[in-house]
Design a protein around this ligand. Sequence first.
Ligand code: ADP
Length: 340
Amino acid sequence: MSDLTDPQIERSELAFEASLRPGSLDEFVGQENVRKQLSLILDAAAIQKRVADHILLAGPPGLGKTTLAMIVAKESNANLRLTSGPAIQHAGDLAAVLSSLMPGEVLFIDEIHRMARSAEEMLYLAMEDFRIDVMVGKGPGATSVSLEIAPFTLVGATTRSGILANPLRDRFGFTANLEFYSDDELASVLARAARQLGIEIHTDATAAIASRSRGTPRIANRLLRRVRDFALVNSHSVISVAIANDAMSIYEVDSLGLDRLDREVLKVLCTSYPGRAVGLSTIAVSVGEEQDTIDGVVEPYLVRSGLVVRTPKGREATAAAYQHLGLPKPNNGQASLFDL
Ligand code: ADP
């Protein structure tokens, strides 16, 4: 997978992303229902002068969960504290964070599904009663002491809401399921980012980048940055659609937003195993990649784009895949898929 189309954030992008984050619900593009619902929750809390209900943000990486957590804090005039599931490996890690919260603060736990089980149980009580039970002492003399903590709003983010324990999920007053963005919405994200970065870009060029961004604002912003670099190096002060297309062909991102690895996987399915279902491990070996990468990053987008289907026997290329690669459809009697 090239870094360009991986929806996960890279370290080197932290500052760039921070500079592009919308600062309010009004500036946040798309996700209309989520915005309306969040706005209601925040307004109701303000009227009643209490902390807002706990909020769970669920959805694939790069769709705006961290940004929304920041907006929730900002719109509640509250300080934001950030941590993540992998950083909470013991109940004690969470106790340290919870007991240091100031009244009204927003605690953001990214990848909340990766938190240690023991911490999760501590969180239940904290979310419900703003209390935690901590063990004092060791061995047979250890006792549990109940500590009051400041009222706070928990914003949890997860890319895998399906594996979240029910008791945890039930304790959120509101769950927002973020959806992939339409090309028009991504074009708005790009136009806004271009304004902020002082980039002059034609509307059809933003549309060309949007359609290759896999429904994901993070990827859209990243592609814009690469196109800007290309324009700079080639002394173009305005980005036209031709420049955007040239830049993206250099980075090997095609018209559907597929990168080289995506296309390699498709090619394996279409040319080595035409009309047949193939197991994940075979695909991984054929393209020389980790199975996790194929499973976690490549396949979801190929399936979502209708290029690959998952069958009980494995993965199979659809008619659209052959068409996209400019290959003839196989003629081996397994035509059913090609009705898709
Ligand atoms: P997540 O936490 O879901 O991985 P982020 O909140 O970090 O995603 O968003 C990734 C990048 O995409 C940020 O730089 C942000 O500026 C941009 N972004 C995400 N959603 C939107 C949106 N709705 N409008 C404008 N920019 C967005």
